[in-house]
Design a protein around this ligand. Sequence first.
Ligand code: PGA
Length: 262
Amino acid sequence: MKLTNQQPFIAGNWKMHKTIPEALDLVKTLGEQSSELEGVQLVVIPPFTSLSEVRKEIEGTSIRLGAQNLFWEEKGAYTGEVSPLMLKDAGCQYVVVGHSERRQYFGETDKTVNKKIKAVLAHGMVPIVCIGETIEEKKKGETIKKVGTQITEGLKELSEEEISRIIIAYEPIWAIGTGETATPSQAEEVHNFIREKLGESYGKEIASCAIILYGGSAKPANTFELLRKKDINGALVGGASLEAESFIQIAKEAIRGYKEKK
Ligand code: PGA
């Protein structure tokens, strides 16, 4: 799948929310409105248990499917894990890798993130690689240093061709689920750094085509201003993706922001 940032990219990370009937309710409503959302690339990322059912429900719409995590081996004695083969089989085109909650609660490191990215790419899916600083790091002025290291380590030994198939999500940890959003200019500064860094390492063309998402309390009220910024191509949305109305509103604001991109 060739990635493009010519249209905004909005992904809803449902985290550990929604039973199968609840998940179906939500995507049914999204599906009904999907014709109004033609100017946006829309992805839903349900928990593993509802992937298959959601896949059936979104068939024939423009909505695409992603998963929240995976293990890098294809199969084996790894109780409780889910493999790239299984996710592909369930209809996933995207996989979130290295979300800060996984790093914080489940011990993921840049090293494991790197292995997961490679596994996702090897199976023809697109990793959505999450990076971002803690509040302490932000206060110490270490945002760029942290994000820079996460990119260098997380993307280690990937070819240019592979880099052209990944999505990066900048998610300042202090903004996730807190209601506090990075200001558009704070976010843009980091997004611009990420794009420049990709340019230095992999060339201008890859950098200019890269999809770089913002995440952290994205909501209808702040999406327009964020998406207007040059280097912000979309949003990874948590809380506000759990209701069809706010998720759709975010998608619409993203389209509006993109039209007025500076
Ligand atoms: P939030 O979560 O929108 O609820 O802050 C974003 C994320 O963790 O991806």
